[in-house]
Ligand binder design. Structure first.
Ligand code: ADP
Length: 531
């Protein structure tokens, strides 16, 4: 029997209409470094219409890719709404990648237009000539565009272009299955791969973000996405906020702890998402200088394992509830969130959200039981989990309709995922596996340890042994740290190699770049202390 329900399309256009139409008094606030720019959602709707008209005027009349090269601000949000809603495809370029990678990605995606923030013109200028398919560059903000001229592209000023455009747009009916946006994996592993989100997947993901098992957004919230809009869609927070009628507070390019502390104290966001390194910085800043973080009711944190010590410190000292979440560019990205009353639950990567299924796979691709004990690679599937990569024949990451996540860990019967490592970071010592993440988390619980990254290094006897690379703020010797660890992990897992470093190298999105550490070790650039 067929249902009586229509196949009413799930589109970003409808998120935009709902958010800007019914919550016109809500606002997107952009921090400027010394103040704030405010744009009520009712005006955001007109801005989106102007941008769509302007892009149409430049010949964007189909599924052309409109790339963004910018920070979290009102202009980026305008593109988030206008580009997919007009039927084109939003491509958020990651400004922190190596220039060659940005070129590769822009060419692979066949970007047609780039909207660039004025502050990033110097980054774009040297690579623009190599972006073969780009015809138009729209510069947002005051910039010396001289360096862009030689690339031979048509240059436009964002404000002039929009001021000359009609503020009403006849939004087309788009197919919910059509491409809405795309994002490339940041390449912690291998070359970047394109993930293309549909209107439908973005809509369903946004609904999921709004559920209480995820972030429970409502019209009472003010959301501060610190996680960049070029990294896995700022975890879906912008669309979810529009859907919930929540205001958005955008940090623009001011991501240092003192700016973030000021924004939180003044603009009083209730929800804010960022990777653990940002919260670690903010915690240290708040301890030194004091901070009013009292407006925050929920802080989703993820992108890499969230140290338990960080969660406890923010909770005990500042009353901030950090909730760990896990996901990937491939999963839109939200897939699990770790709510729960007990720390046993809160230190996991989280529970699978409705709409995402997970399983564990062991050697020989056998499916393991969800008993919270067996360790294997996590595989996921669902309506916002990609089933292929854009223009890529390589199917090695897909397995009978499931995505191989490359993350290794456990899954329990209640759907809680506990990751022990990324497959390539696991330390294989004498046939046993040592979780680098477990050692790092334990070490980061020591008061003098700011950051700790543990990598596997070759060992004659055991194949591989852990090397702990530690950043200190205060004093602690190897003997003390080893002693501290021995209360937390099995004796055979204790590192006997240690290196004190100034900082742990980070990837473009703020994760520990263990590959770089491994290379530094191979080149003999780390001073190793033996214990
Ligand atoms: P990249 O592969 O470039 O890092 P993503 O930004 O999509 O790209 O990162 C996804 C990966 O980040 C996951 O596969 C996982 O390894 C890691 N990750 C995300 N959240 C967590 C978390 N809460 N705990 C541990 N690892 C996480």
């Amino acid at each position: 029997m067929r249902s009586t329900m229509p196949e009413f399309p799930l589109t970003i256009t409808s998120i935009m209409r709902h958010g800007t139409g019914l919550f016109g008094d809500r606002e997107v606030v952009t921090y400027t470094g010394d103040g704030y720019r405010r744009l009520p959602y009712r005006d955001l709707a007109h801005e989106a219409a102007r941008l769509a008209n302007a892009l149409r005027g430049l010949g964007v009349d189909g599924d052309q890719r409109v790339a963004t090269f910018g920070w979290n601000n009102a202009e980026h949000l305008t593109a988030y709404l206008a580009v997919p809603s007009m039927g084109a495809v939003l491509h958020t370029l990651n400004i922190r990648l190596f220039p060659e990678q940005v070129v590769y990605i822009a060419n692979h995606a066949e970007d047609d237009v780039v909207i660039v923030d004025a502050s990033l013109v110097p980054l774009l200028a040297p690579i623009l000539p190599e972006m073969k398919t780009v015809r138009h560059v729209i510069v947002s903000g005051e910039a010396d565009t001289g360096a862009l001229v030689s690339a031979g592209k048509d240059l436009h000023d964002y404000r002039t272009l929009l001021d000359g455009a009609d503020d009403v747009f006849d939004w087309p009916d788009v197919d919910e299955r059509a491409a809405a946006a795309m994002c490339y994996t940041s390449g912690t592993t291998g070359s970047p791969k394109g993930v293309v989100y549909s209107h439908r997947s973005s809509y369903l993901h946004s609904m999921s973000v709004c559920t209480a098992n995820a972030m429970g957004l409502s019209a009472d919230d003010r959301v501060l996405p610190i996680v960049p809009m070029f990294h896995a869609n700022a975890w879906g927070l912008p669309y979810a906020a529009l859907m919930a009628g929540a205001s958005l507070v955008m940090p623009d390019r001011f991501l240092q702890a003192e700016h973030l502390a000021r924004i939180i104290a003044e603009e009083r966001p209730t929800v804010s998402g960022a990777v653990p390194t940002i919260w670690g910085d903010l915690l240290r800043h708040a301890r030194r200088h004091g901070a009013d973080l009292s407006s925050l009711r929920l802080v989703p944190c993820g992108g890499s394992a969230v140290p338990e010590a960080l969660m406890r410190a923010l909770s005990d000292e500042f009353g901030v509830r950090v909730v760990q979440a896990w996901g990937m560019t491939e999963t839109s990205p939200l897939a699990t969130v770790a709510h729960g009353d007990s720390w046993d639950r809160r230190v996991t990567q989280g529970r699978l959200l409705a709409g995402v299924e997970g399983r564990l796979v062991g050697g020989g691709d056998t499916v393991l039981s969800c008993d919270g004990v067996a360790v294997g690679e996590l595989e996921v599937r669902g309506s916002w989990v990609t089933a292929s990569y854009h223009l890529d024949e390589d199917t090695s990451r897909f397995h009978d309709g499931w995505l191989r996540t490359g993350d290794v860990g456990k899954l329990d019967a209640d759907g809680y995922v506990t990751l022990t490592d990324r497959a390539k970071d696991v330390i294989k010592s004498g046939g046993e596996w040592i979780s680098s993440v477990e050692l790092e988390n334990a070490l980061m619980g020591h008061p003098a340890v700011v950051e700790a990254a543990v990598i596997g290094v070759p060992d004659e006897r055991w194949g591989e042994r852990p090397l702990a690379c530690v950043v200190l703020d205060g004093t602690a010797g190897v003997a003390e740290l080893r002693e501290f660890l021995s209360a937390k992990v099995a004796r055979w897992q204790l590192p006997e190699r240690w290196a004190f470093v100034e900082a742990v190298p980070k990837t473009s999105v703020g994760k520990f770049a263990k590959r770089v550490l491994r290379e530094m070790h191979t080149r003999g650039e780390l001073t190793i202390l033996e214990s």
